[in-house]
Design a protein around this ligand. Sequence first.
Ligand code: ADP
Length: 491
Amino acid sequence: MQKYILAIDQGTTSTRAILFSKAGEATLQAQREVRCRYPQLGFVEQDALELWISVIDVINDVLVQANIDFTMIDAIGITNQRETTIIWDKKTGRPIAPAIVWQSRQSADICDRYNDNKEKIHSKTGLLLNPYFSASKIRYILENTPDAEKRALNGELLFGTVDSWIIYKLTQGQVHATDKSNASRTMLYNIFEQKWDEELLNLFGVDAQMLPKVYPNSYHFGDATFFGGSVPIMGVAGDQQAALFGQTCFAPGDIKNTYGTGCFMLMNIGEKPILSKHGLLTTIAWEIDGKTIYAFEGSVFVAGAAVQWLRDEMKLIKDAPDSERSAQMINDSEGVYFVPAFVGLGTPYWDDDVRGAFFGLTRATTKYHIVRATLEAIAFQSKDVIEVMRKEAKCPLLNLRVDGGATANNYLMQFQSDILNVNIQKPVVLETTALGVAYLAGLASGFYQGLSHIEKIHHYAKEFKPLMSKEEVNHRYQGWKKAIKAARIFK
Ligand code: ADP
């Protein structure tokens, strides 16, 4: 009988279980929403037990739908919202406080205490000092939960990101572990030496007894003993790294970009970590068979969100797909540029104070120009980040692999290919995060035989090839740079 790989994708808004076949097809899936709570301004919390129950729920649901029992699963892969921090009691397995979600700013004041150590932190972890990462969130829980400091020192408490928490629960408390990609986001893991960093543990007051063991990404973490069976957990990775793997970005120079509310880019930079001077993060992408691969990470704050703005506030389009039809009503954007800096600009400008602006308007400008300029802005902003990656990694840009809601827009994808002068590939399975850990788990279990096997079964639904002349690309990109410069003057 055919076996499956079960991928569990525990995200910020939902938990999903997806069954993958030998051919790498997503055959069935189940989903549960999970709640966030906002007890105070800037706080974002979740109930760790609710996250865990949602995992069991979706596994149960997918098994019932497929009409198979648990032992028909060859191996389990786990991917998760990164950085979210959970501390639980070692004896009872109960969380001692709400999970602090990655978005939460509640440890911002704690982070400020470490301003003098910014450079040291960057040089060891590849991360920029920010409350996103787990270290200051651990400190927050220890300082704000009765007796927690003392109990941590007594070895009574365990820390984990969401992957560790799920592994711990699935193995009935037998295994306290994480993988290298998730460990890289705690701000306590030295990505160069590949171990928990003693100096950082002292700095953040985190006792080593609390920490999970760090394993490679494609590895036998332990066995999930549930539903009357036992299935090995064999692939674990944080969501963005999992997506890079699921996009088969196996070679240095491969990039994946997720076009959602914002854009999220990761570039495979090979076996040597490089520290960025322009605000990119450096992170471990994965370790397989003793080989560690690193990645650059960068993001664009406003991408699909600008399309939502056109729809909801400007009422220029009736729905998101309408943006493609509108953009194609004209043959050229005729010098109209839009800088959608609603919340400032990230890489490589790092300017919080700049705000959005349109440039190049004439009496002949129509709503179609405005829509087209908005889509082009998504591509220009992605190019800004990718150009920095290309320069700092000193490797040629090989392939751009895309996923996320806005990849439905063919005009945007073609323009992105043009302006970057690179081939763009969009996979058949857009659930690249879950697919990534299914591949990682299947590699360890022997379900898939090596990276080349995965490359063979991985298929693309669409490809975009650059068509724009070099002169035109330069002309358009210079226009964009001018627009950015002008927007930054107005603040
Ligand atoms: P997230 O995971 O961030 O919620 P999704 O991957 O679900 O994002 O993508 C949703 C975003 O994609 C929205 O911001 C929406 O405006 C944008 N989007 C969806 N379809 C299109 C389209 N056809 N053209 C342009 N943007 C689109």
